[in-house]
Design a protein around this ligand. Structure first.
Ligand code: ADP
Length: 627
């Protein structure tokens, strides 16, 4: 053993190294340890060689491998070092999908066959593909699909990947708060890992995929600056040739990746990032569009996924309309797809049960014949047995199995499978049936929504109570609204004003239902005033009218955002009159003409105009002189 421990003075000769390694192996054998770990490292090295890393990375990897060789598997750090080398070996340094020339006609057919409508979006995608065809390394902006969930952002991106003949990978950025999520943690941290980008590249296995940065607007707010700069580095063609992941610690070239992005809303995106993107908006679908999407795309897809066909289930268009109106109230078609899947499952159970009973009856019949034949006791019967069984199967069982009895989905089936309807057209009428309630339109992450503002008065000391998870801005709007109504109680000829102050010995409570959903923003201003005037005047607001707009203390109506989504939401809920700020007139261009045709849009400059339109028979208390 002394020979092993003795240090040699000069560099170790090769034969001496081998001798020592042999001795180590002999010692390990004696100790009962095998050579698995050694073999493991050898196979790792082979994998690394096959990965064809660039020379500088290869040098770095070999250094790390030498370190690993010197370590015992039980030693701390062995595991992390190994995992790191595995990552280096698995990354597609040289592997790329073959790049075909883009076939524009085929891409168009593909987009049309996979997506209904969206003609403007498809046109823009074809333009994008045309530029890539003419100049494959074009450094155009990154396409970013913006819209509520379920409108087809992800599936459009995957169609683009298909058209380019590249692999597709989606990286979810929702909830990413830390720059390290994108760029990785340094290996000195315990539990460190590569960032989502490198991890995505590893998973997809090629270095030129189409990579969808999903929910790019949902990255956390705390360290936005850093996050945005990490993302910018990824998207910047000048910098992304040598993208540096902290964990990887060697540059990786992501310049061949085709980046696309999705976001729910543009407003929350950092400006420098927005600058690098070309925004393509998908506002959501009308009921008619949803019906066509369901019939042409969702139902065939859902049936196929559940292994059933039209012979097993029949969903008439009228039923699809019922699902759209009574069970979903979304801008996209995601829940619609889920409900259709639930119906397909119910049909699948029916089919499976029927098959089982057919099989059982077939077995029983075979058995009966078998026993019958035995009863005959004749040898000939035994020979005929099989034939006879076949005969019966043909005569009786096959007609039973092929005679399909499809599950016809009607209102009753909807009720049993999906439960009682979640919405009905009468909601607005019922809720606005008492004074003090007005219908507002708000903008949320999932598109536009209809929101009811409820107010009530009670004995008290003149306080204003607000509930419904409200942010600061909406609370301020409520105070402005109350002040405005109080200041004009005489002009508005509010009956209670005659008693002196509007708030004398009274408290007002305003509630925004769906208390679990946080709400903020100034666009509820006009709705708040209308609800309060309705409360004090004891008159109902028109149930067919919804409104949106910010109001100043002097009663001017200011423009608000998300007009298109809000009008679509009103339309979905069966509301046919919408009061909007006059200065939002330009936004009406974006609303599909088919929707506008069915709606009455009223543009208001001042709060008095809104009130005049919000009540049946106008607003008799409209003051002659405007302040
Ligand atoms: P998003 O990414 O916007 O949340 P998805 O791309 O995941 O939405 O779409 C949800 C589902 O709806 C997918 O199955 C998609 O194919 C389908 N879908 C959405 N829009 C359309 C459309 N216009 N035509 C056909 N299917 C659609």
């Amino acid at each position: 053993m002394a020979g092993v421990s003795a240090k040699s003075d000069g560099p170790m000769s090769k034969t001496r190294q081998e001798l020592l390694q042999q001795q180590i192996r002999a010692i390990k054998n004696e100790l009962g340890e095998n050579d698995d770990d050694e073999d493991d490292v050898v196979s790792l090295e082979k994998k690394m060689q096959e990965a064809a890393m660039p020379p500088n990375v290869w040098k770095h990897a070999q250094r790390e491998l030498r370190r690993l060789r010197k370590m015992q598997p039980q030693q701390p750090g062995y595991g992390t070092s190994r995992t790191y080398l595995e990552l280096l070996a698995e990354l597609p340094w040289k592997i790329a999908s073959e790049e075909h020339e883009v076939d524009l006609a085929a891409a168009k057919v593909r987009l049309d066959s996979e997506h209904y409508g969206l003609s403007k979006v498809k046109k823009r995608i074809i333009e994008y593909l045309a530029v890539r065809k003419l100049k494959p390394d074009a450094r155009g902006p990154v396409l970013c699909f913006v819209g509520p969930p379920g409108v087809g952002k992800t599936s459009l991106a995957s169609s683009i990947a298909g058209a380019l003949g590249r692999r597709f990978i989606r990286i979810s950025l929702g909830g990413v708060k830390d720059e390290a999520d994108i760029r990785g943690h340094r290996r000195t941290y315990i539990g460190s890992m590569p960032g989502r980008l490198i991890d995505g590249i590893k998973r997809v296995g090629v270095n030129n995929p189409v990579m969808l940065l999903d929910e790019i607007d949902k990255t956390g707010t705390d360290v936005r600056g850093d996050l945005a700069s990490a993302l910018l580095e990824v998207l910047d063609p000048e910098q992304n040739k040598t993208f540096n992941d902290h964990y990887l610690n060697v540059p990786f070239d992501v310049s061949k990746v085709v980046f696309l992005a999705t976001a729910n809303r543009m407003q929350s995106m950092p400006a420098p990032l927005l600058d690098r993107m070309e925004i393509i908006e998908l506002p959501g679908y009308t009921c008619e569009e949803k019906l066509r999407i369901a019939v042409l795309h969702l139902i065939p897809r859902v049936l196929e996924q559940h292994g059933i066909t039209n012979e097993h289930i029949s969903i008439p268009e009228a039923t699809v309309e019922l699902i759209i109106q009574r069970y979903t109230r979304e801008a996209g078609v995601r829940n619609l797809g889920r409900h259709l899947a639930a119906l397909a499952r119910a049909a699948a159970v029916k089919v499976a049960e029927k098959e089982q009973s057919v099989r059982l009856s077939r077995e029983m019949q075979t058995e009966m014949i078998y026993h019958g034949a035995q009863g005959l006791g004749a040898a000939a019967a035994e020979a005929d047995m099989e034939e006879e069984a076949m005969g019966i199967r043909e005569k009786e069982i096959i007609p039973l199995a092929t005679k399909p009895d499809p599950l016809l989905v009607d209102e009753v089936v909807l009720d049993t499978v999906l439960g009682p309807p979640k919405f009905d057209g009468r909601e607005a009428a019922e809720r606005v049936a008492t004074p003090g309630v007005a219908v507002g339109l708000v903008w949320t992450e999932v598109g536009g929504e209809v929101l009811f503002v409820e107010s009530t008065a009670m004995l008290g000391k003149g306080d204003l109570h607000l509930t419904g998870q409200l942010g600061d801005i909406i609370k301020e709007s409520a105070h402005i609204a109350l002040t405005w109504v109080r200041a004009r109680s005489a002009e508005l000829k509010l009956p209670v004003a005659e008693a002196g102050s509007l708030m004398k010995e009274r408290d007002i409570h305003i509630h925004f239902p769906a208390g679990a959903v946080p709400k903020d923003g100034p666009s509820a201003g006009v709705t708040l005033v209308t609800a309060l005037v309705s409360l004090f005047a004891k008159r109902n607001v028109r149930a067919d009218t919804a409104m949106t707009g910010e109001m100043t203390l002097r009663g001017l109506v200011l423009p608000v955002g998300g007009i298109k989504d809000k009008i679509l939401a009103a339309h979905r809920c069966g509301i046919r009159r919408v009061i909007l700020p006059e200065r939002n007139r330009k936004d009406l261009q974006e609303v599909p003409a088919a929707i506008l045709k069915n709606m009455e849009i009223i543009l208001a400059k001042r709060m008095e105009d809104v009130l005049h339109q919000a009540f049946e028979g106008g607003c008799p208390w409209k003051p002659a002189s405007r302040l």
